[in-house]
Write a protein that binds this ligand. Sequence first.
Ligand SMILES: Nc1ncnc2c1ncn2[C@@H]1O[C@H](COP(=O)(O)OP(=O)(O)OP(=O)(O)O)[C@@H](O)[C@H]1O
Ligand code: SF4
Ligand SMILES: [Mg+2]
Length: 382
Amino acid sequence: MTSPAAPPPSPASAWAAASSAATPASASTPEPAVAAPGPVAGPDPVAAPPAIDLHDLRIELPGVHGPVTPVRGISLSLAAGDTLGIIGESGSGKSLTALALMGLLPDGAQVQGRLRIGGQDLTQAPDAAWRRLRGRHIAMVFQEPMTALNPLHPIGRQVAEPLRIHQGLTRRAARDRALALLERVGIPNAAQRLDAYPHQFSGGQRQRIVIAMALACNPEVLIADEPTTALDATVQRQILDLLAELVRERQMALILISHDLGVVAHTTRHVAVMYAGQFVETGPTREVFAQPRHPYTQGLFAARPSLAPRPDGAPPERLATIAGQVPDLPSLDAMRGCSFAPRCAHAAPVCAVAPPMQRVSAAHGVRCVRVADLSASVPPHD
Ligand SMILES: Nc1ncnc2c1ncn2[C@@H]1O[C@H](COP(=O)(O)OP(=O)(O)OP(=O)(O)O)[C@@H](O)[C@H]1O
Ligand code: SF4
Ligand SMILES: [Mg+2]
């Protein structure tokens, strides 16, 4: 277990860490932070700790042939009211990072590095500390709302429960507040439906109910892990708009995990591209989408279907794919150089050393030793 002695980077200072990482580094170099500074509130913004502060976070899990490390040095600093999208292929470690932030990692998981929420160090916190924090300071919305809802209890009771547990509200007051929350997230006829059961709602409405539950205790941080994947496009847009409104209204920090690049572009100010347990590209969403610089990010963008109409008679556009697969966890631990090298068309002998994050603009970092040689390419699709 290691916990760096250096003080946590404030949002304003996070890219100082990024720039220092632009010099050659060894395989153990901690990852620079994703700077996601929020709106400056009040005269002394430096006084407020970041809502989330991760530094070189590593997660080790027990494996069949020994421990494996699916998350390998994540750093980020996210301020209140700011939004970060995390994208990356299946198995890259997005959900484990989110579960670490909720204190919900599987049994036997070991966490190394620094994990602070609202300034509180939780790297080695016992379950009791996490129970106090969850709901009140940090809450999560999962992909499938039925995993969060109890099918046997009416929804009013489920939204009211955290208010009774964490805020000590009376049954009546908690029910009134649950009603206000359900109205806020747009459940039609909420007053008449407080005693209805989850199966009596549509998928989009169930996700709204889960968001109401997550918001019940006014958390400072909301994590949404694929919150709209199971929903049709119209409902998906409504849920994303709702999340964006709530972030603005409550000044919550939002981490949105999604495979859908459009969802992240629509909802977040900052983006982190995750590959094999590391952030390989980070920066302002607009800039990364306009000029993806890491070969993996470029591959992700190229693999995205275009909505542009095809000329009459033109054959359907073939989608580009990224050759190969994310390395499995045991071979990942054995790799010494760039973990994307086996799939990278630009791999060269220089890639045999683990690449540090290199800054390509004030707030844009790329974990690729060849980034200066490779041109920025692959403009975003429509
Ligand atoms: N409880 C667990 N025990 C062992 N390995 C696990 C466990 N949970 C996840 N993993 C492994 O850790 C790696 C990262 O998993 P994670 O669920 O974080 O991926 P992800 O990026 O969220 O993928 P997806 O996009 O499919 O949701 C994967 O290789 C996965 O198999
Ligand atoms: S470091 Fe080398 S292998 Fe890795 S992404 Fe860059 S060019 Fe490709
Ligand atoms: Mg996942």
